[in-house]
Design a protein around this ligand. Structure first.
Ligand code: ZN
Ligand code: ZN
Length: 350
């Protein structure tokens, strides 16, 4: 067992505070990792504050982890001490069901093991995440950081990045396709960069005129102010794909109308009922598809890291110290972050 320093949420209504707990000794297939950077995802905030009614405490959030290997178990073959690696939203799955065999562990029939807030499949211990100085993970769920990738800005690729990349790949976005990206937060700005790198012509849909310049800076070819009915009417039946990153309820009908026939609207942000109702007419008359997608598998996440290194794609991040996490949570709740906070875990040593 190894003593681990961390910051944890102790209840839904209290700020995160220092916490010490024990990590397991590496098992035969485990990799022990000293954490260098930890991205701050909206899920962390929701989990800490029990917004989904499933939280247990104390919980150490964090599932966008970059670190250095400090020890490996006897059967580990992919990593050695000193390697720079990453851990995302999953630390285990059943590994034998069809989705696991297909490399889409996020759809494991038995449910994947969450990096934090879950139960370890072997010893039943509560999993604790990346707001800590070290983590122990089975090598199957550890990613290799490619040569040349900027480590600090790479952490959010492990959640925000893969959440947008996986559906773009699955639905076959390719050079020349017209892609709309709805919303310009942590997910949206990565969606723009990734769709553009795949060769698509990218349009950002935003309600805020203030975000037009930002969208162009991230490489968007066009920007449509979605609250402007004239602008929306002008892009009717234009897009092959629509990547919808908005996490709150919003009217899908105008966006469905902006798809070509056979176009696909992919939802990655919203987890609540869709309201107002969808006019089935908007789907039926143009054979349009409405789809959802959750993060991405381990193999695909590795592919994405390599893709980001090759194309020099970075998440826009604001570095913070561990001690600043409660301020960061408050700012995130107000949408005051461009676009991801990343904790420099060296600050935890202070
Ligand atoms: Zn996340
Ligand atoms: Zn499985």
């Amino acid at each position: 067992m190894s003593e681990t320093k961390a910051y944890a949420a102790f209840s839904a209504d209290k700020p995160l505070a220092p916490f010490t707990f024990e990590r397991r000794e590496p098992r035969a297939d485990d990799v022990a990792i000293e954490i260098l950077y930890s991205g701050v995802c909206h899920s962390d905030l929701h989990f800490a504050r029990d917004d989904w009614g499933m939280s247990r405490y104390p919980v150490v959030p964090g599932h966008e982890i970059v670190g250095r290997v400090t020890a490996v178990g006897g059967e580990v073959s992919k990593f050695q001490v000193g390697d720079i690696v990453g851990v995302g939203c999953m630390v285990d799955s059943c590994r034998h069901c069809k989705p696991c065999e297909d490399g889409v562990e996020q759809y494991c029939l038995e449910g994947f093991t969450m990096t934090y807030g879950g139960d370890d499949r072997q010893d039943g211990t509560f999993t604790q995440g990346g707001y800590s100085d070290q983590i122990v993970v089975s090598e199957h769920f550890v990613l290799r950081m490619p040569e040349g990738i900027d480590l600090a800005s790479a952490a959010p690729i492990l959640c925000a990045g893969i959440t947008t990349y996986s559906p773009l790949k699955h639905y076959g976005v390719k050079a020349g396709d017209k892609v709309g990206v709805i919303g310009m937060g942590g997910l949206g700005h990565m969606g723009v960069k990734l769709a553009k790198a795949l060769g698509a012509e990218v349009t950002v849909f935003t309600r805020s005129e203030a975000k037009i310049e930002e969208a162009r800076r991230h490489g968007a070819h066009h920007v449509v102010v979605s609250s402007d009915e004239e602008q929306m009417a002008a892009v009717a039946e234009t897009y092959d794909f629509m990547l919808d990153t908005v996490p709150v309820q919003h009217d899908l009908n105008p966006y469905l109308g902006a798809l070509k026939y056979d176009g696909t609207h992919i939802m990655v942000g919203l987890l609540e009922p869709i309201e107002p109702a969808i006019q089935a007419f908007n789907l039926v008359f143009k054979r349009r598809v409405l789809a959802g997608s959750l993060i991405g598998g381990i193999e695909e996440t590795q592919e994405l890291l390599d893709f980001c290194a090759e194309h020099d794609i970075r998440c826009d991040v604001e570095m913070i110290d561990m001690q600043d996490i409660n301020t960061a949570f408050d700012r995130m709740q107000k949408g005051d972050v461009r676009y991801r906070f990343v904790i420099d875990m060296a600050s935890l040593k202070d």
